[in-house]
Design a protein around this ligand. Sequence first.
Ligand SMILES: C[S@@+](CC[C@H](N)C(=O)[O-])C[C@H]1O[C@@H](n2cnc3c(N)ncnc32)[C@H](O)[C@@H]1O
Length: 257
Amino acid sequence: MALKQAPFRSIGGKHTAHHVQIPSLASLFSLKWKQFKVETIGGYHFRGQEKEFVHHAYNGMDDNVFSAINGAQEWINWRQIPRSLRKSMHHHGPALIVDLGCGPGSSTRILSWYGSPAWHIIGIDFSEDLIRRAKHLSEIGGFRTASGGRPKVEFVVGSVVEPLHDASGVRIKDNSVDYVNSSGIVGHHLDKDNFVRLATELQRIIKPQCWAVLDSGPHLKRDVIQPIMEQHGFSLRAKVRGVPLDPRPQLIFQKTS
Ligand SMILES: C[S@@+](CC[C@H](N)C(=O)[O-])C[C@H]1O[C@@H](n2cnc3c(N)ncnc32)[C@H](O)[C@@H]1O
């Protein structure tokens, strides 16, 4: 992947002395081409909302195929995730963060980079293979903040439409989570009924006044996601686009009741 060195701001509006590699604008074209080759020419199917089909498609997916089908998602994550954090998390103190559908830690890595060493991040994905890769990345120190700090990062095999657990298998406590991220999962892989299940769990685990930042996508768009989140006590505070006219913004919800 073509990468450029680019200065970026960490959350809280503070410049860091560090630089982060984010994929350049030009690299999006080669990422889209790789995706087209794998999906359209190679006939690799992973798009869908049926749990068994999606699990089967991701589990056992080799690294190259995952990078090809997820490259454009990661490209947009480098732009959406820091913006969403800046609009919501205004402190660097201890916080519990959950990354839904974390894959091999690809979105978790970006959350860590823009986060704080005081954070405890739990990545959850139902693919055993991808979680194994995320744990390996964690063992070799792959999750760092921009200033070189090491947040506590754990990974759990689990479905996001069932009760959510931490790495020791304990159900995540009521009103304990500061920030939930989802990238490339809600809008792509959940149907309406499953999203209602997730919203019920988000209402349970997220602290009052705290945040659920959810990706919209081709299958679940804002017009479906927003009313369900409102029925579960959340208010939409912002839409975060990775680039102007980005059709799949992250939706920032705050728990208000
Ligand atoms: C497009 S990938 C996104 C990975 C990562 N979040 C990123 O943005 O780079 C979607 C991920 O969601 C996971 N996923 C899909 N449906 C899920 C479900 N019901 N429960 C848990 N994980 C799920 C897949 O296994 C896959 O790793």
